[in-house]
Design a protein around this ligand. Structure first.
Ligand code: EPS
Length: 388
């Protein structure tokens, strides 16, 4: 990310998480309720474990805002870990008197083993604490700020779950922002009530068998101008930037843009979105198989990004592993865990897509004050207006 940069810090059971967002224009209004609402939405979802009963995520702003408006300076937020008091000895930043037991039982599928090797640790906890998806709370805080910028530019972002394990929900070709109004009322954030019920049943059934479950979420963004990103260089392509950002979400193993896998199996005549023009609508398409992306640029149609998550790698009935000290076969470590996080991951997907889109807007229309950005966007819209 070039114009808008962000970083996160924090361990899952440490004192808390931090996000720093840099490159925002001044004068942007940030609504605390909307930021906290995204954090609360990330905690939702049938299949979450005991940890979510402890946490009540909300942001504490440390810099970059004054009276609810950005100053153009780095914006720093904290999200506290309410679980930390239960881990104060095990996760204290400073030396403690107590003997703290180390774990030598890496979990297949987690960062544990490669992380031990790479960083020269002997305690798996030194790896898993940062690899944990708890970090996504900080991403969602940063993403919520990016969404505030996008909202000021007429862009909105939503997500829904379209698969949990073997249960797939239909993903309608066309969806409008209003269609997402009640998505968080489904316990799995699925738009189709029958599929939502079937997903809940599947989670319950598999949980009883000590299984974890993966799935697929979809993010859609509305109101984008054509021409974000660029075809001229590999690292400027919006599709590549989105894929990288979404694939970096914990447990995501696949990202697709538009109907990627479907068109791979279809002939060319059924794979593209034919171009139309008329006086009242200007340029338009009747299909959106490309998911709003052509040649590494937005094309003005809604953006569609999907991500496939593997089942969580902490299993209540652990898989085979090896003790890294004795080198003897052993079961992987067992921790309190979630059964599935696909509904929550959709909210993280919104954040990552929001951060990439906000960066692309600032790259194209950047200015020091939000009104400069809005004016540059309006000028561009006038330039590409079909009614001339
Ligand atoms: C996670 C393990 C669980 C999850 C956690 C991610 O935490 P704990 O070990 O405390 O039970 O609940 O996710 C969160 C804490 C969160 O906020 O999303 C893991 O190992 O990735």
């Amino acid at each position: 990310m070039g114009r808008l940069r962000f970083t996160t810090a924090g361990e899952s059971h440490g004192p808390g998480l931090v996000a720093i967002v840099e490159g925002l224009p001044a004068g942007l209004e940030v609504d605390r309720g909307r930021v906290d609402r995204d954090l609360a939405r990330r905690q939702l979802g049938h299949g979450r474990g005991g940890r979510m009963k402890i946490e009540r995520d909300s942001v504490e702003v440390r810099s970059g805002l004054r009276h609810g408006r950005t100053l153009g300076s780095p914006l720093a937020v904290l999200v506290a870990n309410r679980d930390y008091p239960n881990w104060e000895e095990r996760m204290n930043p400073w030396p403690v008197e107590a003997e703290v037991a180390a774990s030598h039982l890496p979990r297949p599928g987690h960062a544990d083993l490669a992380g031990l090797q790479k960083y020269g640790f002997d305690d798996v906890r030194n790896v898993l604490e940062r690899a944990s998806a708890r970090e996504t709370a900080a991403r969602v805080a940063a993403g919520a700020i990016a969404k505030e910028l996008l909202a000021a530019l007429g862009v909105s972002i939503f997500s829904h779950v379209i698969r949990i394990a073997s249960v797939a929900a239909p993903s309608p070709h066309r969806l409008d922002p209003e269609d997402f109004a009640a998505v968080d009322e489904s316990p799995v954030r699925c738009l189709d009530p029958a599929s939502s019920d079937a997903m809940v049943d599947e989670i319950n059934r598999r949980r009883k068998q000590n299984e974890s479950l993966g799935g697929v979420f979809e993010v859609r963004a509305f109101g984008l101008v054509p021409g974000l990103g660029s075809h001229v260089g590999w690292d400027r392509k919006l599709d590549g930037r989105l894929a990288q950002a979404v694939a970096s979400i914990q447990a995501v193993k696949g990202v697709s843009l538009g109907e990627a896998w479907e068109v791979a199996a279809a002939p060319g005549s059924e794979s593209h979105d034919e171009i139309f023009w008329d006086e009242s609508r200007g340029w338009y398409r009747e299909t959106n198989r490309a998911g709003g992306l052509e040649g590494g640029m937005s094309n003005g149609e809604p953006l569609i990004v999907r991500a496939a998550l593997k089942p969580i790698s902490t299993l209540t009935k652990p898989l085979r592993s090896v003790d890294t000290v004795t080198r003897k076969p052993a079961k992987a470590m067992r921790e309190r865990t979630d059964s599935t996080v696909v509904p929550a991951a959709g909210v993280v997907g919104e954040a990552m897509v929001g951060l990439v889109l906000a960066d692309a807007y600032l790259e194209k229309f950047g200015g020091d004050h939000i009104e400069d950005v809005q004016a540059a966007l309006a000028a561009y819209r006038r330039r590409i207006d079909w009614r001339r």
